[in-house]
Design a protein around this ligand. Structure first.
Ligand SMILES: [Zn+2]
Length: 377
């Protein structure tokens, strides 16, 4: 019987003393928190316990605050059973940096665009082009205008993002066309200083005075041609629009009335007679065209007037100056050419001026550098 009793008491001792348990609320292994965290241990389950945070004793319900890496060591003991657990966690309330690139995103690319992100530690990046996920280690080659969206996601869950627009434009220029552009803007005796002024939004074309049906037909067909090249549209407007919109005012009036419309120079001298006139009348603070005036002399020959309309429209696009020695261009200052169409070089000049990366204040070298990828070698 005595043996039996010992056996039973041994059974009791091993079976009835519960193991200590470590049950922690507030922090978890490997987590990164944005806010303060309060550490709570289930005292009942733990029995006799100690809590150390980065080596210092803390009490139950201790609140951890401040950015940093933390290590919580818990020991729990019940009679001779002792267990230990370690929980590493971090508090970090800093958001990730706004995504940035090794080279800034350019407005225009030839054939392909490559983007390289400046990567931060503990940050993952989600990239989308035109709302579709994109692997940024690849080159992007689809022609047209695109939206690039990058989101930085830090391991604390905070995010930052960035949106860019870029274009892949594969239209090329010959050496001759680029040289003509540079000659016009940087070596033009008619134009003091070089300014790239252009329209940045759609333009209403308002006609005043007494155009003939032929004048209107010429004007409309010229606008159509120009609109195929421009990133903005020039549209004839019938009604009086509100004053706050981009506009070209075209006045069909006899040349002797030009003085009433702000033309203060001689109409005639030995060499020439003025038949048309164009001048920008309002610019925005960013040197964008806002209002331009065109005068077309109605007391001139109809055929000549067709040339004049196109010539003055070309000025109104931002080409203030002439090609004195190039009768193939509509920017030739005399009407004896009877030109009624833009030359292929004229079209390219418009195309170049209206590129997003051709900006006011650029030097000739900067223009050359900017166009370099597009010049056919
Ligand atoms: Zn002119």
């Amino acid at each position: 019987m005595k043996k039996m009793f010992l056996f039973l008491s041994l059974f009791l001792l091993t079976g009835c003393i519960p193991e200590p348990e470590i049950d922690i609320d507030g922090v978890q292994q490997g987590e990164v928190y944005v806010n303060d965290q309060t550490i709570n241990i289930d005292e009942e389950a733990a029995g006799e316990y100690t809590l150390h945070l980065n080596g210092n004793v803390i009490q139950n319900d201790h609140t951890v605050s401040g950015n940093g890496e933390y290590e919580l060591t818990i020991t729990a003991k019940r009679w001779w059973n002792e267990i230990t657990k370690t929980i590493a966690f971090e508090i970090d309330d800093e958001p990730p940096a706004k995504p940035s690139f090794k080279d800034e995103v350019k407005p225009l690319y030839y054939k392909e665009a490559n983007f390289e992100l400046e990567k931060e530690e503990d940050v993952t990046y989600k990239v989308k082009i035109d709302y579709e996920p994109f692997d940024i280690s690849q080159a992007y080659t689809k022609e047209g205008t695109h939206k690039l969206y990058i989101q930085s996601i830090k391991d604390n869950g905070l995010v930052a993002d960035r949106k860019e627009t870029f274009e892949i434009d594969n239209r090329t220029y010959s050496r001759h066309e680029v040289d003509a552009f540079k000659k016009f803007f940087f070596h033009n005796e008619d134009q003091e200083g070089t300014k790239f002024i252009k329209w940045s939004d759609h333009v209403g074309v308002h006609v005043y005075g007494e155009p003939t049906a032929t004048d209107m037909k010429a004007l409309e067909s010229n606008l159509q041609t120009i609109n195929q090249i421009l990133p903005v549209d020039l549209n004839l407007r019938e009604s009086q629009p509100f004053a706050g919109s981009n506009r070209i005012n075209v006045h069909f009036v006899p040349t002797y009335q030009f003085k009433d419309y702000g033309f203060n120079e001689e109409l005639r001298n030995n060499d020439y007679m003025v038949v048309g006139y164009a001048m920008p009348t309002l610019l925005t603070h960013d040197d964008e065209l806002f209002e331009t005036k065109i005068l077309i002399g109605t007391d001139t020959d109809q055929q000549l007037r067709k040339t004049t309309i196109l010539h003055e429209l070309m000025h109104a696009l931002g080409f203030y100056g002439h090609f004195e020695n190039n009768p193939n261009s509509i920017l030739y200052p005399y009407t004896d050419t009877n030109l009624t169409e833009l030359s292929s070089t004229d079209k390219k000049l418009i195309e170049i001026l209206y590129r997003k990366d051709i900006k006011p204040g650029m030097t000739e070298a900067e223009v050359e550098q900017t166009l370099n990828d597009w010049i056919v070698k």
